[in-house]
Design a protein around this ligand. Structure first.
Ligand code: FES
Length: 275
């Protein structure tokens, strides 16, 4: 009887020849829907974000409107060009940038770019490498992520740590959104709820991250000897199974939150107070 040790390992050749006529496959289902949706949503999100970044205006609703709402695309707003009132309570750096969103988006941008799930999605959608399981690769060669520049995707775990700090800041923004300067002091408006939902989705996205689960429960030979890590790992595992859903929901909601703050700040409508 052969054992696992007797079996020859399947040779894996990086850089081998792949591919074939574009889209060649025996699949009969609509495999192309998923990469198409990925391209559509990511392209729309990037286009909206770049547009919103370059506006460099209408990202903060302040005391003049009896609110304290800041767009997540511009938070933390700690560069010299931030509008008065939008500064974080932390460090105010005397940097001047074309737009404060450049700094604010550096970490979330890197975090999402290097996310394991998004990598799969955009490698399939944009590079067709391959577009789907059992569909011919769009390229003749495959070198994985073993070479520059894709080897840099390994920095994801460090981006997770930075994103954690960003989540704390955006959660403080959500708490600050309960402030209603000159309008009763504290209350709940639609804007408050929008910023709160945004913060919760960002936490769910970060907590369901594969790197987070590994950080909390990885490198443990025996869970019985690390009961706390085991508990955290058990808590994160069901979230991890829904990482894709949290990735899309949080991405879309960030853009919607910016849009909401933008419309209120530009005077299109007033942020309704609920109580
Ligand atoms: S794997 Fe997606 S955020 Fe870490």
């Amino acid at each position: 009887m052969s054992t696992l040790e007797d079996l020859e390992p399947t040779p894996v050749t990086l850089g081998g020849v792949r591919g074939g006529p574009a889209g060649r496959t025996l699949r009969r289902d609509r495999w192309w829907v998923s990469p198409l949706v990925t391209v559509g949503v990511l392209t729309s999100f990037v286009a909206y974000t770049v547009w919103a970044m370059l506006q460099n205006a209408n990202y903060y609703v302040g005391a003049s409107m009896h609110r304290d709402l800041i767009s997540p695309l511009y938070s933390p707003c700690i560069v010299g060009s931030c509008v008065p009132g939008s500064h974080g309570t932390f460090l105010v750096l005397h940097w001047w940038m074309i737009t404060p969103a450049l700094f604010a988006l550096s970490v979330p941008g890197g975090f999402r770019m290097t996310c394991y799930y998004y990598r799969k999605a955009y490698y399939r959608g944009f590079w067709r490498s391959p577009p789907a399981c059992a569909v011919a690769d769009g390229h003749g060669k495959y070198s994985g992520e073993s070479r520059f520049p894709l080897v840099l995707q390994n920095v994801h775990r460090y981006f997770w740590i930075l994103a954690f700090v960003w989540n704390v800041i955006l959660t403080i923004d959500a708490v600050m959104a309960f402030r209603m300067p000159g309008d009763g002091g504290i209350g709940v408006s639609v804007g408050t709820l929008v910023l709160c939902v945004n913060a919760v989705l960002l936490w769910l996205y970060s907590a369901s991250c594969h790197a987070c689960r590994h950080l909390c429960g990885g490198h443990v030979d025996q869970f019985s000897k690390a009961p706390l890590r085991h508990r955290v790992w058990k808590l994160l595992t069901p979230l991890n199974a829904r990482h894709m859903q949290f990735a899309w929901a949080s991405l879309i909601f960030v853009a919607l939150t910016d849009l909401y703050v933008r419309l209120v700040a530009s005077g299109v409508f007033h942020d309704p107070k609920l109580f």
